[in-house]
Write a protein that binds this ligand. Structure first.
Ligand code: LLP
Length: 465
């Protein structure tokens, strides 16, 4: 066994680690619910994806890199499509937006939710039917609105009176009559991080249900000869595990839906319940299977529609993370290992990798708690409490805050972090002028980049001096 020059860190980790993180019996074990289905360890203990070893992939593509288990993603898309066969599923492209992934979701009959011109253009370039694209955003520009109208984007989810006014003018000028949804702020406090909860009262999205704005926005569109109202839209936040919040949200939106039908005689055909379904990032997370989420939502819509005496609207949902998140992991190379001793005799290993907050901002931004494993080999040493950190000049540059890793983890080892398919590459930055990592799709047949590695030359090209 190799040992650190500074000696091993031993002892009682209580107090230094969160209570859900237990000392592992086998530090090499892969928890099935955290890893893509085609990831396993080979006979020598090295991590493989669809039969390709991580050391071979690292040699070919370098690190850090996101590896995308395409078969795993296809299985998940199939499962969500089956579970939600009564609904329209819009893949939320903000989670991860690339032509290859948008083409795959379209194969499973999903539509695509975009929220900027950039995402809309990627979807159009990927060949997504414009009528299968939904456009979001609380501050859509005139050029975004006119691009959507010119292409015949399927639906635009409006977020302010100002936007309704501008859309009416653009639609009249272009001689089109777009289909709109009203984003309703249903006032639900979802149990998630404050920054990713979107339906409590004091935030920027949607029209409030309580002060009558949601009704007024719908009324305004119904009366317009240039606009069509097709339904209401709700989205209560992200990384939510408790489906009762979705039920309360659906219930409140349906009551407004019923009121509009009673008072205007309009039978709105659709209701969108948004995205936000949580995924496991570590051993404490316990997400619901899509079948259970679908059953819960189907029951509440049937019940509430019957109670309100209205026809059931067609449901749509907008999952992003729950589709793409679990299908990728990030592979890093360990650059330094530093045992940091604390007074009282405890301490932890600080394991620095060749990426950091520029390829996964979520721990710094939301306190997200990921997990990690030594990927290039299995290990027989003891487990040490560790913290995986990046190479940025910032103390908050943490990739995995609390994890047990082999105590002899060493410079040059490969380390993998699962669950990084959503909001990691898409929120990546060039902080400290670190080029963003590539995304490599891996199947049994082989591997290919679907997003290339950014280079220092790419960064210099933009620096026009
Ligand atoms: N629909 C709407 C209107 C949304 O705003 C979002 C996410 C989604 C669908 C997809 O939500 P998902 O199923 O992926 O949770 N960057 C953050 C989350 C903010 C996402 C904003 N909207 C994160 O890293 O957790």
């Amino acid at each position: 066994m190799r040992a650190h020059e500074a000696g091993a860190l031993h002892g009682d980790f209580t107090g230094l680690r969160p209570s859900w993180l237990t000392v592992p019996v086998d530090v090499n074990e892969l928890h099935g619910y955290l890893w893509p289905q085609n990831v396993s360890r080979d006979d020598r203990g090295e991590l493989t994806v669809a039969g390709h070893s991580v050391s071979e992939l690292a040699r070919q593509y370098g690190t850090p890199a996101y590896f995308f288990d395409e078969g795993d993603f296809r299985t998940r898309c199939h499962r969500w499509a089956e579970a939600f066969d009564f609904a329209d599923v819009y893949y939320a492209a903000k989670a991860f937006c690339s032509k290859a992934v948008l083409r795959i979701v379209a194969e499973y009959g999903f539509k695509v939710d975009v929220c900027t011109e950039g995402e809309m253009v990627v979807a159009l370039t990927a060949g997504i039917e414009p009528s299968n694209i939904g456009l979001h955003g609380n501050n859509k520009s005139d050029s975004e609105l006119t691009l959507a109208l010119k292409h015949g984007i399927g639906r635009i989810v409006v977020d302010s009176f100002d936007e309704i006014h501008r859309l009416e003018q653009h639609a009249a000028a272009l001689g089109v009559r777009p289909q709109l949804m009203v984003r309703v702020n249903v006032g639900v406090e979802a149990h998630t991080h404050e920054y990713i909860a979107t339906a409590h009262e004091d935030q920027k999205f949607g029209f409030s249900l309580t002060d009558g704005d949601a009704y007024a926005a719908a009324d305004r569109i119904i009366r317009s000869e240039h606009l069509q109202l097709v339904g209401l839209h709700t989205h209560i936040g992200s990384q939510i595990f408790d489906t009762s919040a979705f039920e309360v949200s659906a219930q409140r939106a349906l009551r407004l839906h019923a009121r509009l039908q009673r008072e205007h005689g309009v039978n709105l055909p659709e209701l969108d319940l948004g995205g936000g379904y949580g995924i496991a990032l570590n051993s404490q997370d316990d997400p619901q299977p899509p079948e259970d989420i679908a059953d819960g939502l189907r029951a509440i819509i049937a019940e509430e529609s019957a109670a309100a005496g209205i026809d059931q609207p067609r449901i749509s949902i907008e999952p992003g993370r729950s589709l793409i998140g679990p299908s990728m992991f990030t592979l890093y190379t360990v650059g330094t290992v530093k045992p940091v001793r604390l007074s009282g005799g405890t301490g932890r290993l600080y394991v620095s990798v060749d990426g950091g907050m520029s390829d996964n901002l979520r721990p710094a931004l939301y306190d997200a708690s990921y997990s990690a494993t030594l990927a290039s080999r299995a290990d027989t040493s003891t487990a040490s409490l560790a913290r995986v950190v990046g190479k940025h000049c910032e103390a908050g540059d943490i990739v995995v805050k609390d994890e047990f890793l082999p105590s002899d983890i060493a410079v040059g080892d490969l380390l993998a972090v699962p669950g990084t398919g959503a909001y990691c590459r898409s929120m990546g930055s060039n902080y400290n002028h670190i080029p963003r990592p590539p995304v490599i799709a891996v199947t049994r047949e082989g591997s290919r980049p679907i997003v290339a590695r950014e280079t220092i030359e790419d960064l210099l090209r933009l620096d026009v001096g």
